[in-house]
Design a protein around this ligand. Structure first.
Ligand SMILES: [Zn+2]
Length: 240
Protein backbone atom coordinates (compact mmCIF):
# COMPACT_ATOMS: atom_id res chain seq x y z
CA UNK A 1 0.00 0.00 0.00
CA UNK A 2 2.59 2.55 1.12
CA UNK A 3 5.05 1.22 -1.41
CA UNK A 4 2.52 1.66 -4.17
CA UNK A 5 1.75 5.19 -3.01
CA UNK A 6 5.44 6.10 -2.90
CA UNK A 7 5.90 4.73 -6.40
CA UNK A 8 3.01 6.86 -7.60
CA UNK A 9 4.38 9.94 -5.82
CA UNK A 10 7.82 9.40 -7.33
CA UNK A 11 6.27 9.03 -10.80
CA UNK A 12 4.26 12.23 -10.36
CA UNK A 13 7.40 14.06 -9.26
CA UNK A 14 9.20 12.85 -12.40
CA UNK A 15 6.38 14.36 -14.46
CA UNK A 16 6.51 17.60 -12.47
CA UNK A 17 10.26 17.84 -13.10
CA UNK A 18 9.66 17.38 -16.82
CA UNK A 19 6.97 20.06 -16.79
CA UNK A 20 9.32 22.44 -15.00
CA UNK A 21 12.06 21.74 -17.58
CA UNK A 22 9.66 22.51 -20.46
CA UNK A 23 8.62 25.73 -18.81
CA UNK A 24 12.24 26.69 -18.34
CA UNK A 25 13.09 25.92 -21.95
CA UNK A 26 10.39 28.32 -23.07
CA UNK A 27 11.64 30.63 -20.32
CA UNK A 28 13.57 33.43 -21.99
CA UNK A 29 11.95 33.31 -25.43
CA UNK A 30 8.70 35.18 -24.70
CA UNK A 31 10.69 37.84 -22.90
CA UNK A 32 13.20 38.04 -25.75
CA UNK A 33 10.42 38.46 -28.33
CA UNK A 34 8.90 41.32 -26.32
CA UNK A 35 12.26 43.08 -26.02
CA UNK A 36 12.90 42.75 -29.76
CA UNK A 37 9.43 44.11 -30.57
CA UNK A 38 10.22 47.16 -28.48
CA UNK A 39 13.58 47.57 -30.21
CA UNK A 40 11.99 47.39 -33.67
CA UNK A 41 9.51 50.09 -32.64
CA UNK A 42 12.21 52.44 -31.39
CA UNK A 43 14.34 51.89 -34.52
CA UNK A 44 11.32 52.51 -36.72
CA UNK A 45 10.86 55.81 -34.90
CA UNK A 46 14.46 56.80 -35.66
CA UNK A 47 13.94 55.94 -39.34
CA UNK A 48 10.72 57.99 -39.43
CA UNK A 49 12.40 60.98 -37.79
CA UNK A 50 15.18 60.95 -40.37
CA UNK A 51 12.65 60.62 -43.19
CA UNK A 52 10.86 63.68 -41.79
CA UNK A 53 14.14 65.65 -41.86
CA UNK A 54 14.70 64.62 -45.46
CA UNK A 55 11.18 65.73 -46.39
CA UNK A 56 11.79 69.09 -44.68
CA UNK A 57 15.06 69.63 -46.49
CA UNK A 58 13.46 68.78 -49.84
CA UNK A 59 10.69 71.28 -49.12
CA UNK A 60 13.27 73.96 -48.24
CA UNK A 61 15.10 73.32 -51.51
CA UNK A 62 11.92 73.35 -53.55
CA UNK A 63 10.98 76.74 -52.02
CA UNK A 64 14.47 78.06 -52.69
CA UNK A 65 14.31 76.97 -56.33
CA UNK A 66 11.00 78.74 -56.79
CA UNK A 67 12.48 81.89 -55.25
CA UNK A 68 15.57 81.65 -57.49
CA UNK A 69 13.36 81.48 -60.56
CA UNK A 70 11.36 84.49 -59.36
CA UNK A 71 14.56 86.49 -58.86
CA UNK A 72 15.88 85.57 -62.29
CA UNK A 73 12.60 86.53 -63.95
CA UNK A 74 12.53 89.83 -62.13
CA UNK A 75 16.13 90.53 -63.04
CA UNK A 76 15.42 89.88 -66.71
CA UNK A 77 12.47 92.23 -66.60
CA UNK A 78 14.55 94.94 -64.93
CA UNK A 79 17.36 94.57 -67.47
CA UNK A 80 14.84 95.12 -70.27
CA UNK A 81 13.45 98.15 -68.47
CA UNK A 82 16.94 99.63 -68.18
CA UNK A 83 16.94 100.31 -71.93
CA UNK A 84 13.83 102.41 -71.62
CA UNK A 85 14.87 104.72 -68.77
CA UNK A 86 14.40 108.45 -69.18
CA UNK A 87 17.23 109.62 -66.96
CA UNK A 88 20.26 108.56 -64.93
CA UNK A 89 18.32 108.51 -61.67
CA UNK A 90 15.99 105.83 -62.99
CA UNK A 91 18.95 103.92 -64.46
CA UNK A 92 20.77 103.98 -61.10
CA UNK A 93 17.63 102.89 -59.24
CA UNK A 94 17.27 99.83 -61.47
CA UNK A 95 20.98 99.05 -61.21
CA UNK A 96 20.69 99.12 -57.43
CA UNK A 97 17.66 96.85 -57.47
CA UNK A 98 19.43 94.37 -59.75
CA UNK A 99 22.41 94.37 -57.39
CA UNK A 100 20.17 93.55 -54.47
CA UNK A 101 18.53 90.75 -56.42
CA UNK A 102 21.95 89.30 -57.28
CA UNK A 103 22.88 89.30 -53.58
CA UNK A 104 19.65 87.51 -52.70
CA UNK A 105 20.14 85.00 -55.53
CA UNK A 106 23.59 84.14 -54.20
CA UNK A 107 22.04 83.50 -50.77
CA UNK A 108 19.29 81.35 -52.25
CA UNK A 109 21.81 79.35 -54.26
CA UNK A 110 23.87 78.85 -51.13
CA UNK A 111 20.79 77.48 -49.41
CA UNK A 112 20.15 75.08 -52.29
CA UNK A 113 23.77 73.90 -52.12
CA UNK A 114 23.63 73.30 -48.39
CA UNK A 115 20.36 71.34 -48.66
CA UNK A 116 22.12 69.06 -51.16
CA UNK A 117 24.84 68.30 -48.64
CA UNK A 118 22.43 67.89 -45.77
CA UNK A 119 20.27 65.58 -47.84
CA UNK A 120 23.26 63.44 -48.75
CA UNK A 121 24.20 63.11 -45.08
CA UNK A 122 20.65 62.38 -44.01
CA UNK A 123 20.28 59.69 -46.69
CA UNK A 124 23.41 57.98 -45.39
CA UNK A 125 21.99 58.11 -41.84
CA UNK A 126 18.65 56.84 -43.13
CA UNK A 127 20.22 53.88 -44.93
CA UNK A 128 22.19 52.88 -41.83
CA UNK A 129 19.16 53.22 -39.56
CA UNK A 130 16.99 51.29 -41.99
CA UNK A 131 19.49 48.43 -42.28
CA UNK A 132 19.73 48.39 -38.49
CA UNK A 133 15.98 48.15 -38.14
CA UNK A 134 15.77 45.37 -40.72
CA UNK A 135 18.43 43.47 -38.79
CA UNK A 136 16.45 43.63 -35.57
CA UNK A 137 13.24 42.81 -37.43
CA UNK A 138 14.86 39.69 -38.91
CA UNK A 139 15.97 38.62 -35.45
CA UNK A 140 12.47 39.20 -34.14
CA UNK A 141 10.91 37.08 -36.91
CA UNK A 142 13.38 34.30 -36.19
CA UNK A 143 12.62 34.34 -32.47
CA UNK A 144 8.87 34.48 -33.09
CA UNK A 145 9.07 31.36 -35.27
CA UNK A 146 11.14 29.62 -32.64
CA UNK A 147 8.66 30.52 -29.94
CA UNK A 148 5.67 29.40 -32.02
CA UNK A 149 7.30 26.10 -32.95
CA UNK A 150 8.38 25.45 -29.41
CA UNK A 151 5.02 26.44 -27.94
CA UNK A 152 2.99 24.16 -30.21
CA UNK A 153 5.47 21.34 -29.79
CA UNK A 154 5.45 21.90 -26.05
CA UNK A 155 1.69 22.19 -25.86
CA UNK A 156 1.27 18.59 -27.02
CA UNK A 157 3.94 17.44 -24.61
CA UNK A 158 2.54 19.47 -21.72
CA UNK A 159 -1.00 18.20 -22.30
CA UNK A 160 0.25 14.64 -22.43
CA UNK A 161 2.19 15.07 -19.17
CA UNK A 162 -0.77 16.75 -17.46
CA UNK A 163 -3.16 13.96 -18.37
CA UNK A 164 -0.69 11.30 -17.17
CA UNK A 165 -0.25 13.31 -13.98
CA UNK A 166 -4.01 13.46 -13.41
CA UNK A 167 -4.30 9.69 -13.93
CA UNK A 168 -1.62 9.02 -11.33
CA UNK A 169 -3.03 11.52 -8.82
CA UNK A 170 -6.46 9.87 -9.10
CA UNK A 171 -4.96 6.68 -7.65
CA UNK A 172 -3.80 8.42 -4.46
CA UNK A 173 -5.87 9.21 -1.35
CA UNK A 174 -7.09 12.82 -1.22
CA UNK A 175 -5.11 13.67 1.94
CA UNK A 176 -1.87 12.55 0.29
CA UNK A 177 -2.65 14.61 -2.82
CA UNK A 178 -3.20 17.68 -0.65
CA UNK A 179 0.06 17.03 1.19
CA UNK A 180 1.91 16.53 -2.10
CA UNK A 181 0.59 19.76 -3.64
CA UNK A 182 1.43 21.63 -0.45
CA UNK A 183 5.06 20.47 -0.50
CA UNK A 184 5.24 21.23 -4.22
CA UNK A 185 4.60 24.89 -3.50
CA UNK A 186 8.12 24.92 -2.06
CA UNK A 187 9.88 22.17 -4.02
CA UNK A 188 9.31 21.04 -7.61
CA UNK A 189 11.11 17.79 -6.82
CA UNK A 190 8.54 16.95 -4.19
CA UNK A 191 9.42 13.27 -3.80
CA UNK A 192 13.10 12.32 -3.54
CA UNK A 193 15.24 9.31 -2.70
CA UNK A 194 17.42 8.90 0.35
CA UNK A 195 20.93 8.59 -1.05
CA UNK A 196 23.97 7.76 1.08
CA UNK A 197 21.74 8.35 4.12
CA UNK A 198 20.87 11.87 2.95
CA UNK A 199 17.76 13.51 1.53
CA UNK A 200 18.47 13.88 -2.22
CA UNK A 201 16.59 17.20 -2.16
CA UNK A 202 18.41 19.15 0.54
CA UNK A 203 21.32 16.78 1.28
CA UNK A 204 20.66 16.74 5.00
CA UNK A 205 21.27 13.47 6.83
CA UNK A 206 18.36 11.14 7.52
CA UNK A 207 18.71 9.22 10.81
CA UNK A 208 19.60 5.52 10.23
CA UNK A 209 16.62 4.36 12.32
CA UNK A 210 14.23 6.21 9.98
CA UNK A 211 15.82 4.62 6.94
CA UNK A 212 15.32 1.20 8.51
CA UNK A 213 11.63 2.01 9.16
CA UNK A 214 11.26 3.48 5.69
CA UNK A 215 12.31 0.15 4.17
CA UNK A 216 9.38 -1.59 5.82
CA UNK A 217 6.98 0.60 3.79
CA UNK A 218 4.55 1.09 6.65
CA UNK A 219 4.58 4.88 6.78
CA UNK A 220 5.46 7.68 4.36
CA UNK A 221 8.30 9.78 5.76
CA UNK A 222 9.17 13.39 5.02
CA UNK A 223 12.59 15.00 5.33
CA UNK A 224 12.88 16.76 8.69
CA UNK A 225 14.87 19.59 7.11
CA UNK A 226 13.05 20.40 3.86
CA UNK A 227 9.74 18.56 4.14
CA UNK A 228 10.10 16.60 0.89
CA UNK A 229 8.59 13.12 0.68
CA UNK A 230 11.26 10.43 0.98
CA UNK A 231 11.63 6.92 -0.41
CA UNK A 232 14.44 4.38 -0.03
CA UNK A 233 17.02 4.50 -2.79
CA UNK A 234 16.49 0.87 -3.80
CA UNK A 235 12.73 1.28 -4.35
CA UNK A 236 11.51 0.00 -7.73
CA UNK A 237 9.99 2.67 -9.96
CA UNK A 238 6.82 2.32 -11.97
CA UNK A 239 6.27 3.72 -15.45
CA UNK A 240 4.03 6.75 -15.23
ZN1 LIG B 1 15.42 17.30 2.65
Amino acid sequence: MVLEQLQLLAAITRIDNELADLQEELGDLPHEVKALEKEVRSRQQAVDTTQKHIDDILQTRSNAKIRAQEIQDKEKKLSAQQFQVRNNREFDAITKEVEMLKVELREVEKTIGSTMMTEENLRRVYDAQFADMEDVRDRLTEREHELNDLSSEHNDEINDLLSRRADLLAKLPKTLVVQYEHIREYHTDTTVAVRKSCCAGCFNAVPPQRIVEMRTYKTIFTCESCGRLLYPEEMQHIQG
